[in-house]
Write a protein that binds this ligand. Structure first.
Ligand code: MLT
Length: 264
């Protein structure tokens, strides 16, 4: 897996293909492997899927805020000479994509927001983060994986796609308690990006699983309303991890979007 060092932080990433760049940022508690079904299919695109610090193969050097992760991903695009890029992210990756867009709109050729939201955490969500941190401290990554999996995946994925369940479990169980804690604090304290959406002037695609229990279709619809000219795609049979659960449908939606106009 190739890597770059950005101010002492090693970022490992997968890269496939050639052409206008497409950056894909993973969600929590996952890593770049969640994009396995997307990486090879976008012919004519240079697809780049990094591991955020502490995830997958990228080591954890310190805690990063979501805004800092956005900066780090922008630095990655610079280091790889991959600007402007279509920037996509799932859930946490969507927050990071919006953070990157907020600071560097001219280096973003298009936005792909998958199973994510623009609002900051509600007071209830913030309290939930603290309960999860307690679980991670007391019982480690496996307990976080078991707690999250039923909410991450649609019932039909849980019942009939054991390989997807196993892949999510493997990624989640590989996290250190420190990475889990640092990340949950970053998610808890992230900014509200709702205002940003109305200023976006590049093509945007919003994707949501019909059974997404964490960022449900109503949340995606409200982003779609704020984001002028955006396209909304609801993925049947998917939960919060639609690119893993229904990759063909997500890939078709992304291909239509990329062909239609998110060119660089
Ligand atoms: C994710 O999938 O990245 C997380 O569910 C994001 C979050 O908890 O806000």
């Amino acid at each position: 897996m190739p890597q770059v060092s950005i101010d002492g932080q090693i970022i490992c990433y997968e890269e496939h293909g050639a052409g206008p760049p497409l950056l894909l940022i993973h969600g929590f508690p996952l890593d770049s492997r969640m994009w396995a079904e997307q990486m090879r299919v976008f012919a004519g695109r240079r697809a780049i899927a990094p591991d955020l610090p502490g995830f997958g193969r990228s080591p954890s050097t310190r805690a990063y805020s979501v805004a800092e992760l956005g900066e780090l991903m922008h630095r990655l695009l610079r280091e790889l000479d991959a600007r402007p890029a279509v920037v996509g992210g799932l859930s946490m990756g969507g927050y990071v994509a919006m953070a990157l867009m907020a600071r560097h709109p001219h280096d973003v050729a298009g936005l792909v927001l998958i199973d994510t939201r623009s609002e900051a955490d509600s007071p209830d969500a913030r309290a939930g983060r603290m309960r999860m941190i307690q679980t991670a401290r007391e019982s480690g990554a496996s307990a976080i994986a078991e707690q999250m999996i039923p909410r991450l995946l649609a019932p039909q994925t849980l019942q009939s796609r054991p390989a997807v369940v196993a892949a999510v479990r493997e990624m989640a169980q590989g996290l250190s308690a420190t990475t889990i804690e640092n990340t949950l604090l970053a998610l808890r304290d992230r900014e509200d990006y709702s205002g940003l959406l109305s200023s976006v002037r590049v093509p945007a695609l919003i994707v949501v699983g019909e059974h997404d229990a964490i960022t449900p279709p109503a949340v995606a619809r409200s982003m779609h309303e704020r984001l002028a000219g955006s396209t909304l795609e609801v993925i049947q049979g998917a939960g919060h991890l639609s690119p893993m659960e229904q990759p063909e449908a997500v890939n078709r939606a992304m291909a239509r979007f990329l062909e239609r106009g998110a060119t660089t």
